[in-house]
Design a protein around this ligand. Structure first.
Ligand SMILES: Cc1ncc(COP(=O)(O)O)c(C=O)c1O
Length: 447
């Protein structure tokens, strides 16, 4: 028997022992949910962990094991878990009403915060999720431009609605099970970071009405996108009279209080948001130009886009959102989270160099990515992009068994990563970062 198999078995046994209660719960869950999970990304071999509670940068499993958390609520938490201001705001709102079935003051306050912070937000509408927000942005764009198609970038994720899911994951041009090919024909997918190709595509296809992107790169920077590309897109979209949509579901209120558009000084026509917008509770929204939003208004003799939705501007989400945005406004929460992620990337790269490990950490703002099988130059700063940003090398999909093994190893050493990466919050500390680096070192040994 090879030593690799012995090591693997040892880790599997240690994992099963450490998370024994999670395993029991998973056995129950398998009889209820496909694969036992309620979100694809939570699927983990041999079984996922079950979390009981979370506070600040930490969470505790049902076994009582403490973990440093880099899921940060799938990116929805910037202030740390259960920030007292958010808890108190939601508690007070809970006692008043969870759903008045009517307009309410909180939605106005929430909308004002969006107008105040997001540079392009002349008008706002709230939805129940980010997926609904991007779906709404597309429909509005179709009405406004009278052009049916959308241009998106390979590897960019905009939720799971039929028009935007194609191209989100490698292989990017493959059909998506359950999405009609007639629908997928309305989605034009091009690789990121090629302005000439975008321009050529818009010129040759008058049916394209809008361009949507994750402004720091697909899957929050897997293939990073930088300011010059955003400025270039803005100029091309304006010149060709197409709408530019920033999907700021992740970057909104994380990259800066004004999102990526605030940081780079580029104004999209429409912006989709969720996650931090609703302070870690369910919720989404879109913001943008008043003349586009007119299509949502009742106007006599004019076509209107209908917008129902039971949980639009839900007051619990609104109160969590207001409490969060109030704190985010001065920029210090974003700055702290960014400093912690930068420190983590730097410390991890020092570790990889010291160990001569074929790994590299990269990313920007409060996000980090770990890339295995890397033998190129070592990064010196945040500008670093491995493999020159090659889509197939950065977003080709990692070996799932390596990802599972790495995650299990990290969990055994007290850290919960989001795949091979994660996001920091204002609650992460330098001590968390040091513990994480130690956990990575121990996991590399274990692997
Ligand atoms: C950039 C981006 N857009 C849209 C979505 C979809 O948001 P939701 O999960 O709230 O539907 C996500 C979710 O992770 C996202 O990362």
């Amino acid at each position: 028997m090879s030593s690799a198999i012995v090591t693997q078995r040892t880790m599997g046994e240690r994992y099963a022992h450490a998370f024994a209660r999670s395993r029991q719960l998973f056995e129950q869950a398998r009889g209820i949910f496909p694969n036992g999970v309620t979100h694809d990304a939570r699927y983990l071999e041999p079984f996922p962990i079950y979390v009981d509670r979370a506070l600040g940068s930490r969470k505790w499993t049902v076994e009582g094991r403490e973990l440093i958390d880099y899921w940060s609520g799938h990116g929805s938490i910037l202030l740390g878990h259960s920030h007292p201001a958010v808890v108190e705001a939601v508690r007070q709102q809970m006692e008043r009403t969870t759903h008045p079935g009517a307009c309410h003051e909180r939605e106005i306050e929430w909308g004002r915060w969006v107008q105040r912070l997001v540079p392009s937000a002349e008008r706002v509408r709230f939805t129940a999720s980010g997926t609904e927000a991007t779906m709404m942005a597309l429909r509005l764009a179709r009405l406004f431009t009278q052009r049916p198609r959308v241009l998106k970038f390979a590897g960019h994720f905009h939720g799971w609605n039929d028009f935007l899911f194609p191209g989100a994951d490698a292989p990017h041009l493959a059909s998506v099970p359950g999405i009609l090919k007639e629908i997928a024909e309305y989605t034009v997918i091009v690789p990121p970071n090629d302005l000439d190709l975008v321009e050529q595509t818009l010129r040759s296809d008058p049916a394209i009405g809008c361009v949507i992107l994750e402004p720091t790169g697909g899957h929050w920077g897997q293939v990073p996108i930088r300011g010059p590309f955003l400025h270039g897109l803005r100029e091309i979209a304006t010149r060709h009279e197409r709408l530019l949509i920033f999907d700021e579901v992740i970057t909104g209120f994380r990259v800066s209080p004004g999102g990526a558009q605030g940081h780079y000084g580029v104004k999209p026509d429409l912006t989709t948001m969720a996650k931090i917008l609703a302070g870690g509770l369910p919720g989404g929204g879109i913001a943008g130009r008043a003349d586009i939003f007119d299509h949502l208004a009742f106007r006599s003799g004019k076509e209107k886009m209908r917008h129902p939705g039971t949980f639009n501007a839900n007051p619990l989400s609104a109160s969590a959102g207001i409490a969060t945005l109030q704190i985010v406004a001065d920029g210090s929460a974003c700055a702290h989270a960014i400093a912690m992620a930068r420190l983590l990337r730097k410390r991890l790269n020092a570790l990889f160099a010291e160990r001569n490990a074929e790994w590299v950490a990269y990313g920007e703002f409060s996000c980090f990515k770990l890339l295995p099988g890397y033998r190129g130059p070592r990064p010196e700063n945040d500008d670093f992009v491995p493999h020159g940003g090659a889509l197939d090398k950065l977003d080709g999909g990692n070996d799932p068994s390596l990802v599972s093994a790495f995650r299990c190893g990290m969990l055994l050493h007290g850290v919960d990563l989001m795949g091979l990466g994660g996001m920091t919050t204002a609650a992460h500390t330098e001590a968390d970062i040091e513990r994480t680096v130690t956990a990575v070192a121990a996991t590399l040994e274990l692997l």
